[in-house]
Design a protein around this ligand. Structure first.
Ligand SMILES: Cc1ncc(COP(=O)(O)O)c(C=O)c1O
Length: 406
């Protein structure tokens, strides 16, 4: 017990040591000029962490890198078993032959759109939501039907009447579901999942349940894998996940779909073949196996969660002391914080100008998550997976810029 505590403390200290991403081509930094018009904003937007990877993952990659042949490489039984065991721990029982690896999760839901719908078909999403959920249907000439979430007591809720009506009115074929939700970090309750799945079963809607943020569920909340509800639900569900968010492996490009319905997996495999998604990045395979199997994996995740929670607490206190007008939605999972600045600015333009030019922060604009609903017009998404020092810096910049609000 004492040893575990020491290890946890040492992981937390390790995570708090800033690591420069200078010269690594990091998207979060390199795209600042293009997205925000200046290079000096503190980048707290795209969802990767400014925190080092677990030492046991780095060691696994280094070990493999020692062998100087980096040829085509297959996932092995060990890789599949690593995924099976990881999901069993999360409450989803699946078999190795129900797993289809992809290059990343976005890649997987784009292929799901092609596999399970035809051009012109309707696909439902629930804004405010991860922007590529709008893009995957539209770029593939499908209709994107929006059933916006309802904001009740600063928490997003599903409007089940609207959800059912949109499905039946538009003959929806596929539902792109974010579970837990991005940008709000909402963890859906079992009874909500049940209600939503019943509607989908009633109207023959296939559900793509994107569970990429689930392994970072705050211990005060319970994540329920959608496909774990019942056989009837797993039969219409395609679960997407990856070690990308929880272990910060976005640059390695790996993801997978778990598909328990034989007919659906056949259709999915056909599309995978048609776009030739076959072998994986060899380092991604090593990283996934280490991430999902190392004996210290849960301790590492606890350390990450501690760092995230400390930043959320710091930001919450800062906002309550210095910006009481800002409404903060604390995530129940993951490291993205949804902030509503509606009471501070009279226009969206003024808000963005202040954030970029006065507070010098590079955040995600809420409008990009909003679609027709414009629900997030005065919201921003802040990525707080950073060392404490960076979190403090971001708050200082906001505080200094306070008097420049017009
Ligand atoms: C809900 C959700 N799905 C998918 C992704 C992208 O994952 P990947 O890099 O594996 O495509 C993200 C990244 O932010 C996300 O938030």
């Amino acid at each position: 017990m004492e040893k575990k505590k020491q290890q946890l403390t040492s992981y937390i200290e390790y995570l708090q040591t800033p690591v420069s991403r200078e010269g690594t081509g990091a998207e979060k930094y390199e795209l600042r000029k293009r997205l925000f018009g200046r290079e000096d904003v503190l980048p707290m937007w795209v969802a990767d962490m400014d925190l080092p990877v677990a030492p046991f993952i780095q060691e696994a990659i280094q070990r493999r890198a020692q062998n100087p042949i980096y040829g085509y490489t297959l996932a092995t039984n060990k890789t599949y078993q690593a995924v099976v065991n990881w999901h069993a721990d999360k409450g989803l029982i699946c078999q190795p032959n129900q797993i289809e690896f992809t290059h990343n999760v976005a890649n997987a839901f784009h292929m799901a759109v092609l596999a399970f719908t035809a051009p012109g078909d309707a696909i439902l999403i629930q804004p405010p939501v991860y922007p590529p959920f709008f893009k995957a249907p539209l770029i593939n000439n499908r209709q994107c039907i929006e059933s916006p979430l309802k904001l009740i007591d600063n928490r997003y809720e599903i409007d089940f009447d609207d959800f059912e009506k949109k499905i039946s009115d538009n003959n929806v074929k596929l539902f792109l579901f974010c579970n837990p939700q991005n940008p709000s970090g909402r963890v859906w309750l079992k009874k909500e999942l049940q209600q939503l799945a019943e509607i989908c079963i009633k109207y023959n809607v296939i559900i793509i349940s994107d569970e990429i943020h689930s392994s970072l569920t705050n211990p005060c909340h319970t994540f329920v894998p959608l496909a774990s509800l019942s056989q009837a639900v797993s039969n219409i569900t395609v679960t997407l996940d990856s070690p990308g968010k929880v272990f910060n492996l976005g640059g390695l490009q790996i993801g997978y779909a778990i598909i328990q319905n034989e007919e659906l997996i056949k259709r999915y495999r056909q599309i995978k073949k048609s776009v030739s998604v076959e072998e994986l990045n060899l380092f991604a395979i090593n990283a996934l196996e280490a991430a999902y199997m190392d004996p210290k994996r849960f301790l590492w995740v606890s350390a990450i969660q501690t760092v995230i929670q400390q930043n959320i607490d710091y930001l919450t206190e800062f906002i309550s002391d210095h910006f009481p007008e800002i409404i903060i939605m604390k995530p129940e999972a993951s490291y993205l914080v949804w902030l509503n600045l509606n009471h501070l600015f009279s226009t969206h333009k003024k808000m963005n100008e202040w954030l970029v030019n006065e507070a010098q922060l590079g955040l995600n604009d809420g409008l990009s998550f909003s679609g027709e609903s414009k629900l997030g017009e005065y919201c921003v998404r802040m990525n707080i997976a950073v060392p404490k020092r960076t979190m403090i810096q971001a708050c200082k910049q906001m505080e200094r810029a306070r008097k420049k609000i017009t």
